[in-house]
Design a protein around this ligand. Structure first.
Ligand code: ASP
Length: 333
């Protein structure tokens, strides 16, 4: 018999329709999940958070709570399901992937596009697929179960607000597909980590995420970088890592920031593909900018946050950014 702990944090799946729009309802998810027919071979325990949220309200304290709940119950359960709103699920999945260092059990996030109170809710299927995934032997990672697929958490992104296909991971094939039969793609899954499970609790780290746009935004980004006290910046560049490199104000701002020790990581705004130095406009290493390879902006933000929360030296942190720690990137060849 497998034991799975379900953490309900909020999100559409357990919301109800109110005069003020869809809103979280204490107790509703609990009463619905109780109506679920028992699944053979699994015993489910549920913790419903007292502070249920629309996931757009997520902050550091929620992440710390989820990490602590998993850590404190780590030895009692075979796997964990984190029920979460879809809007920031990819950020939380990435945060957990890096913070749960040495994880040797499945941690599966899921949610829904339509609440369980809706007749056509996708929530039931997503929940069942998440529970099956959390029961899997040999799955040592954080993943998202959504719309009949299991995605690596630190590779997934929200890709639709109105289709049931809410998530995808275009740079990485899914870890499983839930058709009439379930296909587990074991070769794509992470190997068991050698190090012991020693979670890193994220601290109050200032990581900025800035995305280039033609026009005024370029100067806004330059001014922001000059004046910020952020410790790290995720720079969402165009295409394969290009920026308006002929804007001297921007180049000066980037150079002065990297010289004063701000970690700047370049990731592409484009859904698929990676950073390269093919163009004059993408030769950013001379400005001290580190390539984020094919990391999603969500993964880059979480990775910087967790690395800066750890006790690693600055050199090791710099080296780790371009390395695959939990399958979040394809290293440069
Ligand atoms: N606004 C909701 C949330 O992220 C959307 C959802 O769960 O699908 O909490």
């Amino acid at each position: 018999m497998k034991k799975i702990l379900v953490l309900y944090t909020g999100g559409t799946v357990g919301m109800d329709y109110t005069d003020n729009g869809l809103a979280v309802m204490p107790g509703l998810f609990h009463s619905q999940i109780r109506s679920l027919a028992p699944i053979a071979g699994v015993e489910l325990d549920l913790i419903e958070y007292t502070d249920l949220i629309d996931s757009s309200d997520i902050n550091l304290s929620h992440w710390v709570k989820i990490i602590n709940d998993i850590s404190n119950h780590y030895n009692e359960y075979d796997g964990f399901v984190v029920v979460h709103g879809t809007d920031t699920m990819a950020y939380t999945a990435s945060m957990l992937a890096f913070a749960l260092y040495g994880l040797k059990k499945p941690v599966i996030l899921t949610g829904a596009q339509l609440p369980l109170v809706h007749r056509r809710s996708d929530g039931w299927g997503n929940l069942i697929d998440a529970i099956y995934s959390a029961m899997q032997d040999g799955l040592y990672e954080v993943a998202i179960a959504f719309n009949h697929k299991l995605f690596r958490g630190c590779r997934a992104q929200k890709v639709s607000t109105n289709r049931f296909l809410g998530f995808d991971s275009v740079d990485e094939e899914p870890l499983a597909e839930f058709g009439i039969d379930i296909s587990w793609y074991k070769k794509r899954m992470l190997k068991a980590p050698k190090d012991a499970f020693t979670p890193i609790i994220p601290k109050l780290i200032k990581v900025l995420d800035l995305s280039f746009r033609p026009g005024y935004t370029t100067d806004f980004i330059a001014d922001t970088i000059l004046n910020t006290d952020a410790q790290a910046i995720v720079l969402q560049t165009y295409g394969s890592g290009t920026i308006p490199i002929h804007n001297q104000h921007l180049v000066d701002a980037l150079t002065s920031a990297t010289k004063r020790g701000v970690l700047i990581v370049s990731v592409t705004q484009v859904i698929e593909g990676r950073i390269s130095n093919t163009y004059t406009n993408s030769k950013l290493s001379k400005l001290g900018i580190i390539s984020g390879c094919d990391m999603t902006p969500e993964a880059a933000l979480a990775k910087l946050w967790v690395l800066l929360s750890s006790d690693m030296s600055e050199n090791i942190i710099r080296e780790s950014i371009r390395k695959s720690l939990v399958g979040e990137l394809t290293e440069d060849y």
